[in-house]
Design a binder for this molecule. Structure first.
Ligand code: KIV
Ligand code: NA
Length: 265
């Protein structure tokens, strides 16, 4: 089997087929999703919150991203793996952006990179695409801008809605192969989806985008505390894993583990 390509995703849009994307941050989890048939995995800088214990995505470095993206690539054989360009690794301009993207391609082996911004990242997107690296854009709520934006629904009101459409068209014109729309009103996401030739991938963006992405730890119920309303939990991994750990602890304290069948003589 060969890996999914950005060309396959363009064809899916032509055929009107929707597809799922999940984040992944390690080889073992990624192999589970690969076997489950998830066609695209994002090694998101959400690893900051979900895997590395930071409060936001802002501190994540390209060293961390490269290491975990390489693990996800090693754990998969079918999915297209997309790696996030981390905060500070592309904002300086197209030369820095291309250097960061090239590193992820060469050292981690990803098939595409993602960056935040439409018009504001136009030169960066163009430079990376021109070098032959597929770029996924990320619009709406862009968590690397948490310090100016906060975490709230984006694109509300005429001016903000028009800007989002302009950003989406700028990303497409610059050569992006897909656009993530995070936390925007469903009606606006539907309008952007209709007005682009490239696929849109929604998260908290309603049902009318071409694809849907969820953070895997939210999707599987591993995340502690409150999860966003747009997430659906398909499992209760936090409880399952906690119960397993408690059962192991009880067995050790009560001398029930190891039993004869776990023991060598
Ligand atoms: O880092 C991430 O997980 C993301 C998705 C939410 C799109 O950027
Ligand atoms: Na991200």
């Amino acid at each position: 089997t060969r890996r999914i390509t950005v060309r396959d995703l363009a064809l899916a849009k032509e055929r009107g087929e929707k597809w799922p994307m999940l984040t992944a941050y390690d080889a073992m989890t990624a192999s589970v999703f690969d076997e489950a048939g998830i066609p695209v995995m994002l090694v998101g800088d959400s690893m900051g919150n979900c895997h590395l214990g930071y409060d936001t995505t802002v501190p994540v470095t390209m060293d961390e991203m490269t290491m975990l993206a390489a693990a996800v690539v090693r754990g998969t054989s079918r999915a297209l793996i997309v790696g996030d360009l981390t905060f500070g690794s592309y904002q300086e301009g197209p030369v820095q952006a291309l250097r960061s993207a090239t590193r992820l391609i060469k050292e981690a082996g990803v098939g595409a990179v993602k960056l935040e911004g439409g018009e504001r990242s136009l030169a960066q997107t163009e430079a990376i695409v021109r070098a032959g690296i597929p770029v996924m854009a990320h619009l709406g709520l862009t968590p690397q801008s948490v310090n100016t934006m906060g975490y709230r629904v984006q694109g509300r009101g005429d001016e903000a809605a028009h800007q989002l459409v302009r950003d989406a068209k700028a990303a497409e014109a610059a050569g992006a192969f897909a656009v993530v729309l995070e936390l925007v009103p469903a009606e606006l996401a539907a309008e952007v989806t209709r007005s682009l030739h490239i696929p849109t991938i929604g998260i908290g963006a309603g049902p009318d985008t071409d694809a849907q992405v969820l953070v895997w730890t939210d999707m599987a119920g591993l995340t502690g505390g409150k999860v966003p309303r747009f997430t659906k939990q398909y499992a209760d991994l936090r409880r399952v894993l906690g119960d397993a750990a408690k059962a192991f602890a009880e067995d050790v304290v009560g001398s029930a583990f190891p039993a004869e069948e776990h023991t060598f003589h």
